[in-house]
Write a protein that binds this ligand. Structure first.
Ligand SMILES: [Zn+2]
Length: 334
């Protein structure tokens, strides 16, 4: 079977009404979100359920329930599943999923038998990138890198109208480029990965570390966390930065600088026209992106003699994964 990613796909067709509805399902560690998506990338209806632990059969049951419920009200032609992890190049098997018990799981086969519809299984970062390229901040750009900053860094690459998956389905794991030899330990087993420096988790860790030094600089962070150091998280520091708390702003800017440094590395390898930054940490907006642009320019190979990629915030927000999974499933049907 042809890989869904193999053929370039045209931009959004003019007559959206001619395009069948597709259902996108985004499986996260805590919730499963399902949305019916039309040909213009709009979510017609959305439902959410709690993720029923790590049990694969229970998750499949929740997916089937959501599809059945939404099918009662909408003519759904295809189903796209997005989850963290490594998927095969055919969009059929989950090779490994960090939050769920799927290991070399033939998820497409199982779900197609349960649902009676074509199913596509895709990486959540690939899905979000696809949505941004088709309907969001990446429209019309020939080479786009998407970075989703949350607990780690989700990465994906869209080139000439297709998601670049690599030879083994592992392309886009940008968060694990080693940016600091011997640096912070990463859950992947290495030290000094980019996502240990430019993610929501990194921001929270830096805040807690500062508070642990009993620095007066950390007074604002500790007060907001009601004196509990462990409650200083990336999202708390982000909110404080947006409110103008000076230490939180410094920490966000520092994370932005690490972000820009890693982007300069990616530009040396991939030369994209555009970086799109999404995920929870992107709520910091220009407080993070402006330091990122400065660090990017300072570290860019050939600076002063080359065109520079744009660095922009994602346009679609938390729905991007769901919209992209739905659209990738629909595109495969053509
Ligand atoms: Zn790593």
């Amino acid at each position: 079977m042809l890989s869904p990613y193999a053929e370039p796909v045209p931009a959004v067709p003019l007559d959206h009404a001619q395009v069948p509805l597709s259902l996108g399902i985004d499986i996260g560690g805590t919730k499963v979100a399902a949305g019916v998506v039309d040909g213009a990338g709009r979510v017609v209806e959305e439902l959410r359920r709690a993720t029923p632990g790590r049990d694969a059969r229970a998750v499949e049951g929740v997916i089937a329930q959501l599809v059945r419920e939404l099918s009662e009200r909408h003519a759904i032609a295809s189903v796209g599943i997005g989850a963290a992890g490594w998927m095969d190049l055919e969009g059929a098997r989950v090779v490994f999923s960090p939050h769920l018990a799927w290991r070399d799981e033939p998820l497409r086969e199982t779900l197609e038998a349960m649902l009676g519809r074509p199913v596509l299984v895709t990486n959540d970062a690939d899905a979000a990138a696809w949505a941004e390229w088709r309907f969001g901040a990446g429209q019309g750009r020939d080479r786009m890198v998407m970075l989703t900053l949350g607990t780690g860094i989700g990465g994906a690459l869209v080139i000439d109208g297709r998601v670049e998956r690599g030879s083994f389905g592992m392309a886009g794991e940008f968060g694990h480029q080693i940016i600091m030899s011997g640096g912070h330990r990463c859950e992947c087993g290495n030290r000094g990965c980019w996502e240990q420096y430019a993610s929501g988790n990194a921001l929270g860790r830096e805040g807690r570390e500062l508070a642990g030094k009993h620095s007066p600089m950390a007074a604002g962070l500790l007060a907001a966390a009601h004196g509990r150091r462990k409650d200083i998280t990336g999202s708390l520091v982000t909110s404080l930065a947006l409110e103008g708390e000076p230490t939180a702003r410094e920490l966000v800017a520092e994370v932005g600088e690490w972000l820009g440094l890693g982007m300069a590395n990616l530009a040396a390898a991939l030369d994209p026209a555009l970086f799109v930054v999404g995920g929870g940490l992107s709520a910091a907006g220009e407080l993070m992106l402006e330091p990122a642009r400065r660090a990017f320019r300072r570290n860019l190979t050939g600076r002063g003699y080359r065109q520079e990629a744009d660095i922009v915030a994602a346009a679609l927000g938390p729905m991007a994964g769901l919209v992209g999974a739905a659209d990738l499933a629909r595109v495969r049907q053509k």
